[in-house]
Structure formats: C-alpha cells, structure tokens
Design a protein around this ligand. Structure first.
Ligand code: HEC
Ligand code: HEC
Length: 231
C-alpha cells in the first residue's frame, strides 16, 4: 500500500530536480546589477561591515542607521569613501589604489541611502563639508557646559582628550561623533535639543569644541590629524 505514494514522491523529487541539476552542469552565478539592493548590501558586507555596522556593533560610526544619512550628504560620503579619512578609514577609489570606480562609488552611496536613509536627502544637522578651524578658547567653555558632565576625567563616558585616541581619529570624525552621536552607546546627538542646550549646539560651537579637543593631539609627522584637517 505504501508503495504508491513513495512512487509519486520519487517522481516529484525527480521533476523538481529537473534537467538543470544534472551532475557536471556548471553553475552560472546570476549577475547582480550594480546599484541594486542586493549589490549594495553585498558591497557593504564585503568592504565596510567589519568597521561600520548598526547599533552598538562596529568600532566606527554605524551606516545602517537613518540618523547618519539624515546628517551626511551623498557628496560627503562619496568624498570619504573615495579618498579615505584620517588614518583608519581606507580609500576605495581605483586611482587611490582601491577596488571601486567613481561610478560604482556613486551608485553604492545612492544604494545605501535608499536602503537605510529613510527617504532623507541628508544635510540636516549642520555637518560641514570641511571642518572649519574653530576657536579653542571658546571650545573650552562649550566642553565645560555640554560635555564635561560625561567626559571629564573620571566621567562615565571616558576621555575624549586622550592623546592616543586623538592620534586615531580625525577632526571630521570628532565632528560626526558629536553632531550625530551614537544612540546605541548612549552618546547624545548635538543636532538635537539637550539639557541646558535647547537647540543643541551650533556648527560654530561644534567647531570650537573640536578645536579645543584637538589641542591634546600629539603632533607627529607619521599621523598628524591636525595637519590633515587644517583645510
Ligand atoms: C550624557 C553623557 C554625554 C554627554 C553630555 C556627551 N557625551 Fe560624548 N559620549 C557619551 C557616551 C556614552 C559615548 C560613547 C562612549 C563609548 O562607549 O564609546 C560618547 C562618545 C563620544 C565620542 C566618540 C568616542 C569614540 O568612540 O570615538 C566623542 C568624540 C564625544 N562623545 C564627544 C563629546 C563632546 C565633544 C561632547 C560635548 C559637546 C559630548 N561628547 C557630550 C556620552 C556623553
Ligand atoms: C578598517 C575599518 C574601516 C573600514 C573597512 C571602513 N571604514 Fe569607514 N571609517 C572608519 C573609521 C575609523 C572612520 C573614522 C575615521 C576618522 O575620522 O578618523 C571612518 C569614517 C567613515 C565615514 C565618515 C564618517 C564621518 O561622518 O565622519 C564614512 C562615510 C565611511 N567611513 C564609510 C565607509 C564605507 C562606505 C566603507 C566601505 C566601503 C568603509 N567606511 C570602510 C573605519 C573603516
């Protein structure tokens, strides 16, 4: 009695395997169109995810995050991917020894914004194209009123004026860390209202506090972030 269903299921298995799966037939990978979601995701997973991810994962700013795409513009992100930033962020443009053409980088940034940008065009929050040199003396006051409660010596959030930390992060990186924050690490975003700062910080105040923090960076010819940011 059981033989009839078994016979049918054998037929079904055979039909579902079909002739495409005959032994020895080479598998042809489906080409993934440049700019498609699948291409964007796999480009990100291969090249970026180890450092930039989401939430608290990753050492660098998360890119799977609508908050970042709200602040950054496509032009800024294309610039950073093409030419790198500081000592840790590599450059990906072919003419800089990287693996991607300018067209691929542009399509990649467009793809990331459409996957994770929640429809925002970016540019909200006063992030500047170039970190302007601020006034360090004014920055000392900004730090005292806005940052010291968490970042002073012995504070809950750790030092941001540690010379070795500052050797690794550029002024642009400090700027983004301040303006955009990192919600999953309880690091506040200063383009939003904060206690005692109902409008957050102005771009000038951010530039000033970055200049004040950067004074603690040791100047060395090998990785002089102050020089590379003095645009
Ligand atoms: C309410 C507490 C709080 C305040 C106020 C605050 N921060 Fe932070 N900040 C944090 C926390 C928490 C982190 C994440 C620390 C971690 O786990 O890496 C952080 C991270 C940072 C980082 C990034 C460190 C890194 O990992 O690269 C910078 C830079 C920074 N803060 C600067 C500032 C500046 C400048 C101000 C003042 C404008 C400020 N913060 C105000 C809590 C605070
Ligand atoms: C080896 C780790 C690493 C890899 C891999 C990496 N990044 Fe970065 N990236 C960083 C670090 C660290 C910074 C901050 C550098 C600084 O400012 O000093 C950064 C900065 C950035 C910034 C600027 C953030 C800001 O606003 O200041 C963008 C955008 C960015 N990376 C995108 C990418 C993309 C896209 C990829 C993949 C193509 C990638 N990164 C690969 C480590 C990495």
């Amino acid at each position: 009695m059981l033989r009839i269903p078994n016979f049918f299921s054998c037929l079904l298995i055979f039909a579902s395997i079909g002739c495409d799966r005959m032994p020895g037939k080479p598998t042809v990978a489906t080409p993934v169109a440049i700019g498609s979601s699948a291409w964007t995701q796999s480009t990100f997973d291969t090249n970026c995810r180890g450092c930039h991810s989401q939430g608290a994962e990753g050492a660098a700013i998360p890119l799977i995050d609508a908050g970042y795409w709200k602040v950054a513009t496509d032009a800024q992100v294309i610039q950073v991917i093409s030419h790198g930033q500081g000592v840790l962020m590599p450059s990906y443009l072919e003419s800089n020894g990287g693996p991607m053409s300018a067209e691929q980088i542009a399509a990649f940034v467009k793809g990331m914004r459409s996957l994770w940008g929640a429809g925002s065009p970016g540019g909200q929050g006063g992030i500047s194209d170039v970190v302007v040199a601020g006034n360090a003396d004014a920055g000392a006051h900004v730090f005292a009123s806005a940052c010291a409660s968490c970042h002073a010596a012995g504070g809950s959030a750790g030092s941001v004026t540690d010379p070795m930390y500052l050797k690794l992060i550029s002024n642009q990186g400090l700027w983004s860390a301040i303006v955009y924050g990192r919600a999953a690490l309880a690091s506040p975003a200063w383009n939003e209202p904060m206690p005692n700062h109902p409008n957050g910080l102005t771009p000038t105040e951010v530039a000033d506090v970055v200049s004040w923090i950067a004074q603690a960076r040791p100047v060395s010819p090998a990785n002089n972030q102050n020089a590379s940011n003095a645009k």
